[in-house]
Write a protein that binds this ligand. Sequence first.
Ligand code: ATP
Ligand code: MG
Ligand code: MG
Ligand code: MG
Length: 469
Amino acid sequence: MSSVNEIRAAFLDYYAREGHQVVPSSPLVPRNDPTLLFTNAGMVQFKNVFTGVEKRPYSTATTAQKCVRAGGKHNDLENVGYTARHHTFFEMMGNFSFGDYFKERAIELAWNLTTKVFDLPKDRLLVTVYHDDDQAFDLWKRIAGLPDSRIIRIATSDNFWQMGDTGPCGPCSEIFIDQGDKLQGGPPGSPDEDGDRFLEFWNLVFMQYEQVAPGERLTLPRPSIDTGMGLERMAAIMQGVHSNYDTDLFRGLIRASVEAIGGDAEGPRRPSHRVIADHLRASAFLVADGVLPSNEGRGYVLRRIMRRAMRHAQLLGSEQPVMFKLVPALVREMGAAYPELVQSEALITETLKLEESRFRKTLTRGLQILDEESASLSAGGTLPGDVAFKLHDTYGFPLDLTQDALRARDIKVDTEGFQTAMARQRSDARKAWSGSGDAATEQVWFGLRDRFGATEFLGYDTEIAEGVV
Ligand code: ATP
Ligand code: MG
Ligand code: MG
Ligand code: MG
């Protein structure tokens, strides 16, 4: 059996042997890119290399990239604990060609690694191509020997990648595995493609055009390659399990969570332990990269992740701060590959402990209120927005925490009502303000209050379009 650590190393070794420069992961907070919330794909650190603005001493590279998809355009937060394949923090393995090789070699390399090194059974693999990409279709047929029925043409944006409104773009091709008909779900492109049976694990992007203006596309003289393979998904496949959370790495984290909290991780307790393990990774890696919990921007995404995990720990019966106790298990699993975890272990531990002790003061009372206020609601019902706002304003419950808490009972939150209550509170505060009469000072004061007060951060809406593989 291959452990997550072995698979990561095998991927990088393989591409290194094939002439690629092994480049370290870039931090989760993208450098020089205030429009992007977090690094969410392997290509992010190479954006300027693809456009030609930046030159590197190599033309091909391979990475294991730390990624967070918990905010902005790519937000998988709601999926965590509920799908077998989504995390907030995950590792994307990739190989890149900057005007060096193109489609044929990219497909050859990926297919060879998948079937010869990782030894996945050919007859269970299938691929997608962009509907008009005949070249990719023919290459898959020739190189992989796949029958036409397992090369699926897709016409949606799932198989066409763009860096932004302008810049490099091109068709993509994804590799899936059929995990057998005991699992629900249809092949890619079918109405029930989101099931667990057909699992996407690798996306190959063929950057062959440059969008210069709306509707105006040039063919790049030296096209490029950008690929992304989910490490946790590959580990699940190779370890013969149907959930990323059943791989060696996550089993280690869940074991630590069970030991710290008590009880087991079965039945209804399972999703909570999964959320805790996932959010522990995201929290620890974000703190290691310099993000601290706060009421705005990146810090607020981190706070939401931490508090969600804390509510799940409470749900499992933990009455004392507990997340910080899981840090050693994480360092054990991932510290060798990511030395920043070892260096920041004390900071991560203290940050979790502090946030947890603070939130603990209001969490129990807030949950009591939530119980009382939702007691009369049944499945399909809606919690009034002003209740969600009170929980937010007085008890520090991020909106998504309240939504997550009601999800098991299939109760929604009136989010419009929540926004209205928040806006009303702001304008009441302005009216009640008898300040200095100095309009400019008041402007600054309310600006600060709106930014740092008990406000909900609603995401970066300027995040670059599809800034991922
Ligand atoms: P999905 O359709 O499953 O949400 P995606 O199409 O959004 O995945 P890509 O943007 O193509 O994913 O990213 C490349 C690869 O990264 C995916 O094929 C998958 O293996 C992995 N990946 C993407 N999102 C996640 C996530 N939230 N958690 C774990 N792995 C992920
Ligand atoms: Mg996705
Ligand atoms: Mg997909
Ligand atoms: Mg994809």
